[in-house]
Design a protein around this ligand. Sequence first.
Ligand code: FAQ
Length: 312
Amino acid sequence: MENKQFEDVFEAKLAKNEMIEPKDWMPDNYRKHLIRQISQHAHSEIVGMLPEGNWITRAPSLRAKVVLLAKVQDEGGHGLYLYTAAETLGTGRDELLEALHTGKAKYSSIFNYPTLTWADIGAVGWLVDGAAIMNQVMLQRTSYGPYARAMVRICKEESFHQRQGYEIMCHLSFGTAEQKAMAQDALNRWWFPTMMMFGPPDSESPNSENALKWRIKRESNDQLRQRFVNQTVQQVEYLGLTVPDPKLKWNEEKKGYDFSEPNWVEFKNVISGNGPCNKERLAARNQAHKNGEWVRAAAQAFAKKRAQKIAA
Ligand code: FAQ
């Protein structure tokens, strides 16, 4: 077939809402776009283990510890599914990790903020996982098969994570005055960084046009951010807390809230490597990778020996 014919088959599949699979022909830019997004997503999952992981030893009860441990392990699993999905596009795991460890690759801005108190663990589960789900539900129907299928399980697990976080916020908000103040303080610090997770405004999002055209994204950054605010305000009200945005106001005409934009200068600064914890996160990732070297070497040696045994 000529290139044009391959392109027609690709376009026809997208038009019919069919998935593109690893062995199908796809435009180079589609492949590059997916490798970029899926690998950034994978990096976010494993870097996202760090701010919560640092609270496992300080969880206030055995139950809280077990639940948090399970959540952090889930995030590691999400990273694995996503790296595997990226590998089906012809890129190696070593190459992707190298880009993360040298600071070339992006990961979600949100994980460059510190988790200062136990309430932050509640806020991360509730708001950060809540925003992640808002974005990822549409990705279960993204056009690339392995990515879409990975997202099904990820979304189920993220729902549990969101509930884990909201449960912590409920305990604190309905607890003592001091606990409620901790919950409010965490909400104050995580609200705007969470809004940044959806990416820059549509008018400044260079990747959105292709992402929407190729059905990689099904909704825009601003649409998802708006839906997140609409849904979350009611949850804040139930807790008896206050959204730290004086401009937040119900707009009957659009049937949604008006709200302040996050500080986009701060966002650009964080994604350029200069957020509060960027250096700490990269150092921790590099150290973890180094510590795991013997495990990778042992696994490879075992696989080699097994292959030799089968061949013999
Ligand atoms: N942080 O043109 P757009 C989670 C970059 S998972 C850092 O709008 P796009 C689970 C963007 O890459 C959270 N960089 O880009 C969990 C691009 O740079 P590039 C991660 C950002 O791709 C919870 C440039 O700005 N979720 O939380 C961010 O169309 C708790 C221009 O932006 C996903 O990755 C940001 N927030 O839209 C784990 C979901 N926003 O590459 C542990 C999949 C934008 O051109 C604990 N990804 N940038 O150099 C997506 O849906 C999209 O990639 C967006 C960005 C929405 C993140």
